[in-house]
Write a protein that binds this ligand. Structure first.
Ligand code: SF4
Length: 89
């Protein structure tokens, strides 16, 4: 998977466990009705990722609207943006 990120985030993305994963796993056309096993496949990759906390923090702080980041879907990140809590994935 290739995230289209600003240059200053490239250091941590070089360690991303999803670098060579299928982009459709992380950026499906829609999350509505997405089979749980496909969501879980991406989440499993994130759980094993050495930069998961940084990834989730980046996505929450920047308000990234699409894709799975740090093991969290867009719907799961929305409340984190409001509370500032990054303790769940
Ligand atoms: S936490 Fe997930 S989305 Fe973020 S870099 Fe790692 S594998 Fe990719």
């Amino acid at each position: 998977m290739t995230h289209n990120l600003p240059r200053n985030t490239l250091r941590w993305t070089a360690q991303a466990a999803c670098q060579h994963a299928d982009p459709d796993l992380f950026f499906p056309l829609t999350w509505d009705g997405r089979p749980d096993q496909l969501v879980e496949r991406a989440r499993r990759i994130c759980r094993a990722c050495p930069v998961q906390p940084t990834c989730l923090d980046w996505a929450v702080r920047t308000g990234e609207p699409d894709g799975m980041w740090g093991g969290a879907t867009p719907a799961e990140r929305r409340p984190l943006r409001r509370t500032g809590s990054m303790n769940s994935t």
